[in-house]
Design a protein around this ligand. Structure first.
Ligand SMILES: [Zn+2]
Ligand SMILES: [Zn+2]
Length: 241
């Protein structure tokens, strides 16, 4: 077994709320300095910086899962992670067709920068990525089956944009097997209150919007080999049932 440190919730300069210096090369560089083994860049409703992130990660020998922080119709944030860039970009195109669109106001929300593999800004996303989509929470699991991804309801205990806050409960027919808790000190309390979570792998990530907020190697996963597929297997948590 391999014990790998991870931070699976990092925003790049494509998220309006992410710092402009959260470029793909800078994020990977910081992850290398912090000695993380696995990262995921998860911008709001977009995977368009993932190609550059994966390329830099490959160069530096760390694993980067391409991902997205999807905003459902109910404004619940869900991390959607993929083993391959192709699958992520297929999902990105699908989400593009489901986004509620208003123009971004850079002066209010910040820039939404797309970078190429040389870490140069090549494009700006014109429509605000913080808007919700028309994808309902209950549909995300089957979408992840279809696109070969894994869903992780994000920061479930947060007082905004979370499963427990926005929906207020865990739907009885839920099938997800991984959740993100922001504050791991609340894990025991949350598991006691929501027995469903006993079935889940519980992860905690930085939700970094600045380079310094990217996690130190605090949290680890045990995987059969050092590969994106093995990381996805661990996140899918198939063995539990
Ligand atoms: Zn969020
Ligand atoms: Zn986030």
């Amino acid at each position: 077994m391999n014990r790998l440190s991870y931070d699976l919730h990092i925003h790049s300069c494509l998220s309006p709320c992410g710092d402009d210096d959260m470029t793909p090369a800078n994020i990977v560089g910081m992850a290398v300095i912090k000695e993380l083994d696995v990262i995921a860049v998860t911008d709001h409703n977009s995977c368009k910086n993932c190609e550059a992130v994966c390329k830099w990660a490959n160069q530096y020998g760390i694993i980067a899962l391409p991902g997205m922080e999807l905003t459902t119709e109910e404004e619940v944030h869900v991390l959607c992670l993929f083993a391959t860039l192709e699958e992520a970009m297929r999902f990105d195109r699908y989400v593009d067709s489901k986004r509620n669109r208003v123009k971004n106001r850079e002066d209010i929300f910040g820039k939404q920068l797309i970078c190429n593999c040389k870490d140069e800004v090549i494009q700006k996303e014109e429509d605000l990525l913080l808007q919700n989509t028309t994808i309902r929470f209950e549909r995300v699991y089957e979408l992840m089956q279809f696109f070969h991804g894994v869903m992780i309801p994000a920061h479930i205990e947060k007082n905004s944009n979370s499963l427990l806050y926005n929906l207020g409960f865990i739907p009885i027919d839920s099938k997800f097997r991984c959740v993100e808790i922001k504050n791991m000190e609340r894990k025991r309390e949350l598991l006691a209150k929501h027995p469903y979570l006993e079935e889940c792998v519980v992860v905690s990530n930085s939700d970094a919007h600045t380079l310094t907020d990217i996690h130190e190697p605090l949290y680890k996963m045990e995987v059969r080999e050092r590969s994106p597929e093995a990381v996805m297997e661990w996140l899918r948590n198939d063995g539990r049932r």
